[in-house]
Write a protein that binds this ligand. Structure first.
Ligand code: ATP
Length: 909
């Protein structure tokens, strides 16, 4: 019996085994042939026949289905593409609508925020009460201050209290989070283009620095504000450029904390910061370093860097009292947001110096002067705020540098927040009343009159309403953002499916876009470049002072170097090399051509080489040596004021080591002389000193350092190239301090601190051409590997004994000194005085421990004795001069007696 299955109009015989079916009817064989074969094999029908034919039919049907679908697909290809295109356009439309919604919501939020800030007032005054500190004598005493959310009672007598009202009162237990919650709205206002000023005001020791700076475990307003700025900026669609600057007003002078050595120029007018005002009333600070920052980490690192150079000292009231006003400026530049108040605006965050009653603090000398300067400028600030609030026609901005600086950020069109700090201590009652009086004056003046309780309640209700609206808008905006994310995902998938966006290309494209955006932000012209012409340096000043940051920026954008007149100061130009991480094989040169130190400064360094050679103010060169070349350069090459040190010129870097320049080369530590037993000993002392490869930095000095060394230091420091001093490695901080010191001619933060005898410094004092260089111990140890460094060692001396505290660093400092001197005298070891031998033995013992655990307390004090035994360079020079002088007199006398030159020379040599 034949079973025929009707399939596509053909009768199909069933039968045959699978292998047979494969044999007959491969994919290429037509169905009819297969059927004929099967029918022809009817006689061989087996029980498996039906199964085989079923298989064949299945195979055929799937094949035909695929073919059919292929044809169908190709037929409808065009239609499908159209459909996909329509879907994509629909998705794109939806996405655009969602984005528009977010923009609208942002505008609404902004509006509400402004209303809120208006209700709160342009000047907001908060009061923070410091808790009792554990080490305070009055720790267990009752506080004289009590508070609720915006009122504060001060116990001024047995049964007398005084009441103050502020926008907010933070009780002693308030956390940094809670404080920042109240600060946050003004940060948001800054993103909307308002100039913002946040002050921490109060008596010394009441917690201003704690509020602004905080501690690592509880960061203060500044780091939080920076973080908020970046997170808000990343939420928006605009491209915003941020520039970070930090300065202090110390005794009425401005000091750039990101470029602290500039002030030390002898020609201070050349590099000092000067306040300029444009016709629109905008304030800019000429020569102030402004570093573009792209994220929180960069800004925070800069902040940490700048903090180190603040002038602080120990006073009766505070162990780490700020002796200046510290100002952090973040300039915000947004070119594509017309709804912003300004294209360029700024936030000032100011940690004011503590007001102090000089009679009470019993400050004398420098501390007294600092206290007076702080009080004067605080009072000037108070006058300005009063005048502004009373709408006086004349506002006395010019009475202090502080108010001149903040001029454009204190007016009506800006937001000001004052955090007044007070102490709970009864002993500080007088100062507390003064501080509260200052704050209340500002606040009452703003209001014009005391608010009635009804009006206040009304205002609070309105504010609560606005806050609720704001929260609703925030939630809505979050929802829409999520929808946007989903829509973007679907759109991308559709684009990929449609072949318009390949998956891997999609990612690359996104990355490229991000890079492009970043570069756009990086290229945003610095706010300062928008200065009117009259504020920019003249050609004459450029020639006189070298290129400044404006010209640098211009030149870097135009890809050309500014013309700079070459000035020569052969007697005062000095250079230093220090190890650096970068491994470029080319000579890189930087110069004091900019005060705007870009994070991407490397890219602009290439065309500064010649200029660096020509500039006279200060030069910084980064020279890259291959290791073998560096090994030859392991020397200390210096040219003291009147003594010519043997100069080693590197042939490969001839253009860098100018003969005219005197070079202080801090040798690259490492394994170059590991074979030397002395070095082995020193290396043991040093522990795991990092081996610096790559480049060294030559720093030509003419009274000041290049701003780039701050930049370089910044880069090195923040790349965590070096470990902390406690680990015994060369710390970047120390290196920076050394560099900082090299250019120092006047006061330095370190010196300020050491003015107070309670503080000590770390490192050695190197007398160098009249400069006192503080050389960190590790650096000294590294220097001691140098063949010629032993000569310098004679000019090293510890600080007076009273100033050296028994800290690890101080100990190491002495160890370094001992080592250096021992190296110096190695050949004549047997001639060493007994205490030297003892010192060496002790030092050797010390090398067994890690540098952080040196116990060198037993080292003999070899301070000034050895200097007698091993005279210093000046002494040698003096002896030489005397010798020459004697010879000259002798020669003259001999000539007078009628002998010739030959006789004279014969006597001399
Ligand atoms: N809210 C607080 N909680 C805990 N400790 C605090 C608080 N406020 C201040 N302190 C501590 O009080 C001490 C003095 O604070 P801080 O140095 O911030 O005062 P200051 O007002 O900045 O002083 P100065 O004006 O002299 O610089 C610090 O040890 C600080 O940690």
């Amino acid at each position: 019996m034949v079973h025929l299955v009707e399939q596509g109009g053909t009768h199909v015989p069933l039968g045959s085994s699978p292998c047979e079916s494969r044999q007959w009817g491969g994919p290429s064989q037509s169905l009819s042939d297969s059927i004929q074969s099967l029918v022809g094999l009817r006689s061989h029908l087996t029980s498996r026949w039906a199964e085989s034919v079923c298989n064949l039919i299945k195979e055929h049907s799937s094949e035909s289905l695929a073919t059919r679908s292929h044809y169908v697909a190709s037929d409808s290809c065009e239609n499908g593409q159209d459909e996909m295109g329509a879907t994509i356009s629909k998705l794109q439309g939806e996405l655009a609508a969602l984005r528009a919604q977010v923009i609208n919501l942002n505008l609404e939020k902004r509006q509400i925020l402004h209303e809120l800030l208006d209700l709160k007032g342009n000047i907001r005054v908060y009061c923070r009460i410091r808790p009792f500190l554990k080490d305070e004598e009055c720790y267990h005493q009752a506080s004289v201050v009590s508070s609720d959310s915006n009122k504060l009672q001060l116990r001024v007598g047995q049964n007398r209290t005084k009441e103050y009202t502020f926008d907010k009162v933070f009780h002693p237990g308030t956390s940094q989070d809670e404080v920042f919650e109240e600060v946050e709205p003004v940060i948001k206002a800054a993103l909307d283009g308002y100039n913002v000023c946040i002050f921490a005001y109060g008596q010394t020791g009441t917690g201003k620095t704690f509020t602004m700076e905080g501690r690592p475990d509880c960061p203060g307003v500044v780091p939080r504000a920076i973080k908020t700025l970046f997170s808000l900026a990343s939420d928006g669609n605009q491209k915003i450029g941020f520039y970070f600057s930090m300065l202090e007003v110390y005794m009425g002078n401005l000091r750039d904390l990101l470029n602290p050595q500039v002030e030390k120029s002898s020609n201070s007018s050349a590099q000092s910061l000067s306040i300029q005002m444009d016709p629109m009333g905008g304030i800019e600070i000429e020569n102030l370093v402004a570093i573009p920052v792209n994220d929180f980490n960069q800004a925070n690192k800069l902040y940490k860097y700048g903090r180190r150079f603040r002038s602080t000292a120990s006073t009766n009231s505070n162990d780490t009292s700020s002796r200046s006003h510290c100002l952090i400026r973040i300039s915000i530049n947004c070119i594509d947001a017309p709804e912003r108040r300004r294209v360029v605006n700024k936030i000032w965050m100011v940690d004011l110096g503590g007001s102090e009653r000089l009679l009470k603090t019993q400050a004398t000398g420098k501390r007294l002067e600092e206290g007076k300067a702080i009080n004067l400028s605080l009072s000037a600030l108070g006058d300005v705020i009063s005048a502004l609030q009373e709408k006086h026609p004349h506002v006395p901005y010019r009475n202090s540098k502080l108010t001149q600086l903040l001029r454009d950020s204190l007016g009506e069109d800006s937001k000001t927040l004052m955090l007044v700090h007070i102490s709970p201590n009864e002993a500080d009652l007088g100062e507390t009343i003064c501080s509260l009086g200052f704050a209340t004056r500002a606040k009452q003046i703003r209001l014009g009159r005391e608010e009635s309780s009804g009006a206040r309640a009304e205002k609070e209700a309105a504010m609560a309403d606005l806050l609720q609206k704001m929260r609703y808008l925030e939630d809505k905006s979050q929802d829409i953002k999520q929808s946007i994310q989903k829509a973007e995902f679907v759109l991308n998938e559709s684009l990929k499916r449609d072949g318009r966006l390949e998956p891997h290309l999609a990612e690359e494209e996104t990355e490229t876009m991000i890079e492009m955006e970043k570069s756009k932000i990086g290229n945003v012209v610095c706010p300062s470049l928008k200065l009117p012409r009259f504020m920019r340096p003249t050609e004459c000043s450029r020639q006189k002072y070298g290129s400044d940051f404006f010209s640098y920026m211009e030149s870097s954008t135009k890809k050309e170097r500014p013309h700079v007149a070459k000035k020569k100061h052969p007697s005062s130009v000095k250079s230093a090399t220090y190890p650096s991480k970068a491994k470029s094989q080319s000579e890189l040169s930087t110069s004091r051509s900019s005060c705007l130190v870009g994070l991407n400064w490397k890219s602009s360094m290439g065309y500064e080489t010649d200029y660096s050679n020509g500039t006279s103010e200060c030069e910084v060169k980064r020279v890259v040596f291959p290791l073998n070349v560096k090994a030859q350069r392991n020397y200390f090459e210096g040219d003291l004021a009147s003594e010519n040190w043997p100069s080693q010129k590197d042939k490969r870097t001839n253009n860098y080591t100018s003969r005219r320049k005197r070079v202080l080369a801090i040798p690259v530590p490492g394994d170059r002389r590991n074979g030397d037993p002395q070095v082995k000993m020193i290396n043991k002392m040093k522990g795991n000193l990092p081996n610096f490869h790559g480049e060294t930095m030559e720093m030509s000095l003419n009274n000041s350092l290049d701003v780039r060394d701050a930049d370089k230091a910044y880069e090195d420091l923040f790349e965590n190239k070096y470990s902390e001093p406690s680990s015994g490695n060369v710390s970047e901080e120390n290196m920076v301090q050394l560099l900082h010191k090299v250019g120092e001619t006047k006061r330095s933060p370190m010196q300020q601190r050491t003015d107070n005898n309670q503080c000590s410094t770390d490192g050695l004092v190197v007398k160098f051409n009249g400069l006192n260089l503080t050389c960190p111990p590790n650096v000294v140890e590294n220097l001691s590997q140098n063949e010629q460094f032993h000569e310098v060692a004679q000019n090293l001396e510890p600080r007076e004994k009273g100033q050296i505290q028994p800290t690890g660093l101080s100990h190491k400092m002495e160890v370094g000194l001992v080592k250096v001197r021992l190296l110096d005298r190695k050949e004549k070891k047997e001639d060493l005085p007994q205490e030297f031998k003892e010192a060496e033995n002790n030092s050797k013992e010390a090398t067994c421990h890690s540098p952080a655990h040196f116990d060198v307390a037993n080292l003999p004090d070899i301070g000034f004795k050895e200097r007698k035994a091993y005279p210093g360079f000046c002494y040698v020079f003096g002896q030489t001069v005397r010798g020459f002088w004697g010879s000259l007199l002798l020669g003259l006398g001999i000539q007078g007696l009628g002998f010739g030159d030959e006789f004279y020379h014969g006597l001399q040599f």
